[in-house]
Write a protein that binds this ligand. Structure first.
Ligand code: PLP
Length: 492
C-alpha cells in the first residue's frame, strides 16, 4: 500500500480539524511559518498543504492576511448537464427486482433515521386544522359516511381544485377532474388510457422509481431520455428519440421539481415540449406532484397550461403538500377524459367521501395558503442545513443539487463510489437512504444518492449525515487504495 505524500497527510490532518469543528469557518488557518515550526516541515510542503485545502474549497486566501477556513461552496456547484443526446434503449425488466431487494434489506434492519422518502414528517402538515375540519364536516354532513360519491370524486373538491388551478395557468372545469388514490393511481390511469402492454414510453433519466415500477407492472417499456439537473428533460434528445423510435406511445415528465433532480423546466421548454408532442401526436403525461412546492415568487405554471388540443394529461397529488395520510390525488386527462373515467370506474371506483370533503374545506380556506407558505419556508431551511452538513462532512469531489423547492437533494459521490455500498453500510448503522440505482433501469446513476430533507433537522439528522459522510470517506479511501495497489503478478 502506498503512503500519501507528506503534504497530503498534513492537509488531511487539517481537513479533519475543519470537519470536526476544531477549526470553524471564518477562523484563521495557522500561518505557513507556524505549520513549518509545529510540524517540522519545509516551506514548500507547508505551502502545498494550504494550496490543496484552498483548491478543495476549505480555505480562502485573503491578501496580506493569510488563509481562512471556509465551507466549500459545493452546494452551488451544479451537476453536469447531460453530455449527449444518447437515449437508453427501451428496457423494462429489472426495476421491481432492485426495489424489492432494497425493501428486503431494509426490513432486515432496524431504522433509526429514514432519509429515503420524499415527503415531510407528520408534523410538517396541518394535523390539528385537518382534524378540526374533518370533525366539522362529519357533524355537518354525517351522510358522507353512508352515501356514495360521484365516480369522478366529490363535486366540492373538484370545484375547489378547478378554482385553484387558475393560479397555475390552467383553465379546467370541475368535470375535467377525476379524484384518484394519489398520483400513483393518476399515472396508472394516464398510461393505461394511452398505451398498452409492450408499448414504449419515454421518461426522464433519472426518474422517480415509482414510475418505472408502474411501467413494469403494466408491461410497458421505459425509454430513458437524458435530463438536465437545471432544465429537465433534454428536448433535443427527446426529438432525436422521436425520430429514431417510431413506437413511442407517450412521454412522461415531472416538469417542476423533478424527482430526484429537483430541476425546473423553463416556460419556453414547456411550450416547445407541448408543441413537439402535439405535432407528433404523442400524448404527454405531466406529473406535477411537487409543483406547488416550488419557491417561485408566483405559482409556477404547469405544462398543462400550454395544452392546446387536449394532448396533455395532468396528474398530481395532495400527498406531499396537504396530507400524506389521505392519499388524495387527481387527474385531468384532456381528450382521454372519458376513457380515464371508465378506467377509474373499473379499477378502483370512487375515493371515499369524508377525506375528500375535509380536503375541499381546507383547500378552500386561506389556512391552506398559510400552511403552504410555512411548509415551503421550512423546507428551504431543511435543504440548506442538510446541504451545509454534506458540504462539510462528505469528501471533496462530492457534488449536490440546489433545488428551488421540495424535499430532495441529489448527491453525486466522488470517484464513482457505488451508492449501493453506501446504502448497505448506512443500513448497518440504522440509516436509510435512496441509492441512485433505483432511479433508472440502467446503472448510470449508481454513484448518486437521494437524501430526503423532510425529516426535521436537529442533532439526530446532523449526526446521521456526518456518519454518512464518514462512510463515503471510508469507501473512497478503500477504492483509492485498491486502485493504487500494485498489480500482483500471477503465480506460475
Ligand atoms: C414524482 C412523483 N410522482 C408520483 C408520486 C406518487 O405520488 P402519490 O404518493 O400521491 O401516489 C411520487 C411519490 O414520491 C413522486 O415523487
Amino acid at each position: 500500500m502506498s503512503t500519501p505524500p507528506l503534504y497530503r497527510r498534513w492537509a488531511n490532518h487539517y481537513l479533519h480539524a475543519i470537519q470536526s469543528g476544531a477549526l470553524s469557518p471564518g477562523e484563521r488557518m495557522p500561518s505557513v511559518r507556524k505549520l513549518m515550526q509545529t510540524h517540522g516541515i519545509s516551506l514548500s510542503t507547508a505551502l502545498q498543504v494550504c494550496r490543496v485545502l484552498e483548491e478543495d474549497g476549505w480555505l480562502e486566501a485573503r491578501p496580506r492576511s493569510g488563509y481562512f477556513v471556509q465551507l466549500p461552496k459545493r452546494t452551488t456547484v451544479p451537476l453536469d448537464e447531460p453530455s449527449s443526446t444518447r437515449v437508453d434503449p427501451a428496457q423494462f425488466v429489472g426495476i421491481h427486482d432492485r426495489v424489492s431487494r432494497f425493501i428486503l434489506s431494509r426490513r432486515q434492519h432496524p431504522i433509526a433515521l429514514n432519509l429515503c422518502g420524499s415527503r415531510g414528517e407528520p408534523d410538517f402538515y396541518p394535523v390539528k386544522a385537518l382534524h378540526k375540519v374533518a370533525q366539522h364536516c362529519l357533524r355537518l354532513y354525517p351522510e358522507v359516511l353512508v352515501s356514495p360519491v360521484a365516480n369522478s370524486g366529490h363535486s366540492k373538491l373538484r370545484h375547489i381544485l378547478a378554482r385553484r388551478s387558475l393560479a397555475r395557468g390552467m383553465t379546467l372545469s370541475p368535470d375535467d377532474i377525476v379524484i384518484t388514490h394519489g398520483c400513483t393511481e393518476a399515472l396508472n390511469l394516464a398510461l393505461r388510457a394511452v398505451a398498452k402492454p409492450g408499448d414504449t414510453i419515454a421518461v426522464e433519466s433519472p426518474t422517480f422509481y415509482g414510475l418505472l415500477q408502474i411501467l413494469e407492472s403494466l408491461g410497458m417499456r421505459a425509454l430513458e431520455i437524458p435530463t438536465s439537473p437545471q432544465h429537465g428533460i433534454s428536448l433535443d434528445a427527446l426529438e432525436l428519440a422521436m425520430q429514431t423510435y417510431d413506437n413511442i406511445r407517450a412521454v412522461v415528465v415531472i416538469p417542476i421539481l423533478q424527482n430526484p433532480l429537483g430541476s425546473l423546466m423553463p416556460d419556453s421548454h414547456k411550450a416547445r415540449l407541448a408543441d413537439m408532442c402535439a405535432k407528433a401526436n404523442i400524448p404527454l403525461i405531466e406529473d406535477d406532484t411537487y409543483g406547488e412546492l416550488a419557491d417561485s415568487p408566483t405559482p409556477a405554471h404547469t405544462l398543462k397550461a400550454w395544452d392546446r388540443n387536449g394532448n396533455i394529461i395532468y396528474c398530481t397529488s395532495l400527498h406531499k403538500t396537504l396530507a400524506p395520510g389521505m392519499r388524495l390525488g387527481w387527474i385531468s386527462a384532456g381528450r382521454w377524459q372519458a376513457r380515464v373515467d371508465m378506467l377509474k370506474h373499473t379499477q378502483t371506483r370512487q375515493n371515499e367521501g369524508w377525506s375528500q370533503l375535509a380536503a375541499a374545506e381546507y383547500l378552500g380556506s386561506s389556512a391552506y395558503d398559510r400552511h403552504m407558505h410555512r411548509l415551503k419556508a421550512l423546507l428551504r431551511q431543511q435543504r440548506q442545513r442538510t446541504a451545509e452538513v454534506i458540504a462539510r462532512h462528505f469528501p471533496p469531489g462530492t457534488r449536490l443539487t440546489n433545488p428551488a423547492g421540495g424535499f430532495s437533494l441529489w448527491v453525486e459521490l466522488p470517484d464513482r463510489i457505488p451508492s449501493e455500498a453506501v446504502f448497505e453500510a448506512a443500513l448497518n448503522e440504522g440509516i436509510l437512504i435512496a441509492p441512485g440505482v433505483l432511479f433508472s433501469n440502467s446503472n448510470r446513476w449508481e454513484h448518486y444518492l437521494r437524501i430526503n430533507c423532510g425529516v426535521r433537522f436537529g442533532a439526530k439528522v446532523e449526526a446521521g449525515l456526518i456518519q454518512l459522510g464518514q462512510i463515503v470517506h471510508t469507501l473512497l479511501q478503500q477504492s483509492r487504495r485498491t486502485r493504487n495497489s500494485p498489480a500482483v503478478p500471477l503465480a506460475g
